[in-house]
Design a protein around this ligand. Sequence first.
Ligand SMILES: [Zn+2]
Length: 426
Amino acid sequence: MYRTKTLFLNPIIALIGILVFITLLVNPSLWTSTAGANNRFQDITPSDPISTNHTDYSPLTSIQLASTKDIFPKKIIYLTFDDGPSKLTEQVLHILKQRNIQSTFFVLGNQATRYPEDLKDMVKAGHTIGNHTFNHEYKQLYSNFTEFWSQIKQTEEIIRHITGTRTSLVRAPGGTYNHFDASYFLWMKEAGYQVFDWDVDSGDSMRRGVPASEIIHNSTPSKPKDQLILLMHDGSGHDQTVKALPHIIDYYKNLGYEFRTLTPKVQPVQFPVHPGKIASSSSLPDGAWVASHVIPNARLFTGESPLHVVVGGKAFEVEAGNYELSQDQYKVPLRTMAERLGAQVQWDSNTKITKVCWGTRTLIINNNQQNIVRQLESGEVTESIPLSVEVRGERIWVPLRPLLEQLGHPIISVNTEQTREQITAI
Ligand SMILES: [Zn+2]
């Protein structure tokens, strides 16, 4: 009897079960009434507007993507070469070209001035250029931040002159460990730079003449990380690195690594601050220095629209950070403007007078008297015109309109569309 009853009830229970299951499936909001407090869907009710910004909603695809990514992480290697360019760089570029891969070169300013063609070749081949300071002298660079800063800016300008592009990627000579204190890290970041140390050291600069076999051994750990930055050198004396390079590339190619260049978006690898370094910042620059140098610098890299200037048949761009619009007036650093125009600038720190020569015109800007005059060929000067001259850090900022006017190129139109600001002068 019991058995018969059970046999009779079983299909009914199964049917009820299936119905409940289907109901819950087509109407997931019913789950909320039975779900616990931690259920991630509990905030979603029919009255909630479902927007793409709602962070608690539609997480399923992102969860799936994240877990797929965790299971199959992409293998990426960033080859980096420091201390060049040198006479070896051409060979490095040739090897990379043969294998159709791109790398990042952290160049020294003084070397870049000696081998400008190598920098142009790097850009042409799709490589990325980073800043490795001007002279690599630890003693100068790490004595105080202002010295490090001035070498970064100097090298940045050298790179920009040669390639037309400003780089925000930086590698500290010798790496940051035992060199950077917390303030170096902070201010470089505030100024818009990305400082990269490395994951794997090829060891090619441990001492003189490290043999290729040792460089290969150091560069090819048996279980490398999925994403890694490899440190190598293309400065003079690193012939063995050139010899080792094809083997290192083949090793990672065979392991399925993708070769990429560093970009501002790559999460920088940074060594922790050396404990002895924290208290050593005795010669910190003051707040005013930081405010005038570090903070405005970041605008150079934000991708804000540049100012397009057309003057005297010449057209050029002035990056955000090198111009500002305040009180309906464009202001520019005098030296930047003169450089783009191809004008000569002489600054006399005693008299605080700046002389600008462009074509047949010579202007004299007096910082103390806040005025500008034009020097005629006879040596006489025209009547002075008031000019608001500002000194910020080492740079003199002046309003653009009177400057161009005195140079004989008055502004005829200013176009300030959202995507393109353009000034056109005669
Ligand atoms: Zn170096």
